[in-house]
Ligand binder design. Structure first.
Ligand SMILES: [Zn+2]
Length: 157
């Protein structure tokens, strides 16, 4: 299998989403190919960061930078790598939107019930604390994005 074909599947591979047959082919390729092993390690590091970061919508300029990076990049393997990364990232943003909707509904409930129930206020405070954690997570993701863009620019200036 070609390296580009391997690399586009590494994200799913590292998360155990491929069939046994596909996983076996990739494992065999990784055993022989240092370049793909390096990409695989990057994927795993990125996956770890995503797993430990809280969810929140990314600032607009992150999308702008990533999209600009894709548009100016003609190297297929790098573009595919970004696309794989974006797929993962978009799924997490969808999860973040769902979490934000839950937090908003908690806030609305508190207003309707006139803040009489102290326990609900505490839930709102916890929700706020969570949002602060999520903001910290986005800062981390933004740094990761900037680091990736810097890496990509080194490969495909
Ligand atoms: Zn390879």
């Amino acid at each position: 299998m070609k390296c580009s074909r391997i690399q586009i599947n590494l994200s799913d591979y590292s998360r155990g989403l491929l069939s046994a047959e596909e996983s076996r082919k990739i494992a065999e390729h990784l055993a022989d190919c240092a370049e793909c092993r390096r990409v695989f390690e990057d994927e795993r590091r990125l996956a770890d960061i995503f797993a430990s970061a809280e969810n929140r919508e990314a600032p607009r300029d992150v999308w702008y930078l990533v999209e600009a990076g894709i548009q100016t990049d003609n190297k297929t393997t790098v573009t595919e790598k970004i696309n794989v990364w974006l797929r993962t990232y978009k799924r997490r943003l969808a999860a973040a939107a769902a979490a934000a909707a839950v937090i908003c509904s908690v806030a609305v409930t508190i207003n309707v019930h006139n803040a009489a129930v102290e326990a609900e206020k505490n839930r709102a405070r916890e929700a706020l604390a969570m949002m602060h954690l999520q903001i910290a997570g986005v800062d981390q993701q933004t740094s990761t994005t900037e680091a990736m863009i810097a890496e990509i620019e080194k490969i495909a200036p």
